[in-house]
Ligand binder design. Structure first.
Ligand SMILES: [Ca+2]
Length: 401
């Protein structure tokens, strides 16, 4: 705006000078309506506009013709100024449009670039995250599946080799073909492994399995084959043939070692059987000096005998079951022709006759049912019929060879 004003002032002054000086001596007709007046030098100062205006007024008063010429020039300058103004406005507007368009383009470009970078970073991040999750999952799986096994092996290793260097333990732990798995708890006892959960290998081709070893009772060496006891979550013993063959439960609580393990163990040596039981505060036990389980082809037939009266005070409830094959809810091999003793006796698998004198896999505890039934965990030669036991442990020990 300042530039425009200065330009206008300059033009005005120039016009005045032009009008007053150059053109006044020109004889051309043009707009001159009267004789050209005598030339007089105008006291123009380009810096002092007010002086110029006064001079113009003065001149106009003295020279009416010049006033017309000045008016025309003034109008011409106004037009010129307006045109310039319009042109400038148009240019400025065009430049504004161009700048705004450029800014818009840059913004879009930045947006697109940011989106691309974000998606690339997200992809990389999610990939890394997935990798981390995979690793954590593997570690967690290792931890949950192997921690007990590792703990047991460390316990075993540290016990039979008390002076073993700590650095050599991992190599032993990570070697699954460890040759030192005891076959049974008697062997574990000779290795120096105390009472607790021990991993044994009942046969060279068998998968190692965990059992509870009782190394304190009667000189120790007892492998627990069945445990019943009160616990937060009672183990369900109503299971099929396959489950009874493989075994189930946790050796820290209620569990069944499995018929195949019993067959493998007892075919390799002579075993004795001991049953310890409780009915409330009362305790009792029975001992048999001969215990063996036949092959799966013979439905794991029971061979129990030599009831040891000297080492028993609960009576002989097992001889009634001697010679009987194993029965489960889905495999009726019992001595009852009219039905399945497993179904009648609470659902557990057992060497049922018709049906039992003891029912170690029977229901426990009896849920709101005190009526006389044949479904509960009983040892009838001690507590009589329909009196359920609170605890029962069956364990075997190798005597020969
Ligand atoms: Ca039957």
């Amino acid at each position: 705006m300042i530039q425009r004003t200065s330009l206008f002032a300059l033009c005005l002054c120039y016009a005045f000078v032009y009008t007053v000086s150059g053109k006044t001596n020109d004889d051309s007709p043009g707009l001159l309506l009267s004789p050209v007046p005598e030339y007089r030098e105008a006291p123009v100062s380009q810096e002092d506009v007010s002086t110029s205006k006064q001079l113009v007024l003065m001149t106009v008063n003295e020279y009416p013709t010049e006033a017309v010429r000045l008016s025309l020039a003034d109008a011409e300058f106004h037009t010129l100024a307006r045109d310039l103004d319009q042109a400038l406005d148009q240019n400025v507007h065009a430049m504004d449009e161009e700048i705004l368009s450029s800014i818009d383009t840059y913004e879009k470009t930045i947006d697109i670039t940011t989106q691309i970078m974000t998606s690339k970073l997200q992809y990389k991040f999610s990939k890394r995250l997935q990798e981390s999750i995979d690793i954590m999952t593997k570690i967690f799986a290792l931890t949950t599946s192997d921690i007990k096994e590792i703990t047991t092996q460390l316990q075993n290793v540290s016990l039979f080799s008390p002076g073993i260097a700590l650095s050599s333990i991992p190599s032993l732990v990570t070697t699954p073909q460890i040759s030192s798995f005891p076959e049974h708890c008697g062997e574990a006892l000779r290795m120096g492994i105390p009472t607790g959960v021990v991993t044994i290998k009942t046969a060279p081709e068998r998968t190692p399995q965990r059992v509870w070893c009782d190394q304190d009772n009667d000189r120790g060496g007892w492998t627990i084959i069945l445990r019943r006891q009160p616990q937060i979550n009672q183990l369900d013993f109503k299971r099929n043939w396959e489950a009874y063959v493989e075994g189930f439960g946790d050796p820290y609580g209620e569990y069944w070692i499995g018929l195949e393990a019993l067959y493998q163990l007892t075919m390799r040596g002579t075993y004795q059987l001991k049953i310890r039981m409780k009915a409330g505060k009362d305790k009792a036990f029975s001992t048999y000096d001969s215990f063996r389980v036949s092959s799966p082809e013979n439905m794991y037939q029971l061979h129990v005998g030599s009831y040891n009266e000297t080492f028993s005070n609960a009576g002989d409830a097992m001889t009634y079951h001697d010679g009987h094959t194993f029965t489960t809810i889905d495999a009726d091999n019992d001595g009852a022709s009219g039905g399945n003793c497993a179904n009648w006796s609470g659902g557990g698998g057992w060497w049922y006759n018709y049906c039992f004198m003891t029912n170690p896999t029977g229901r426990y505890p009896p849920a709101n049912d005190t009526s006389g039934t044949d479904r509960y965990m009983e040892w009838r030669t001690w507590q009589g019929h329909h009196v359920y036991l609170s605890h029962l442990v069956m364990m075997i020990r190798r005597t020969l060879p």
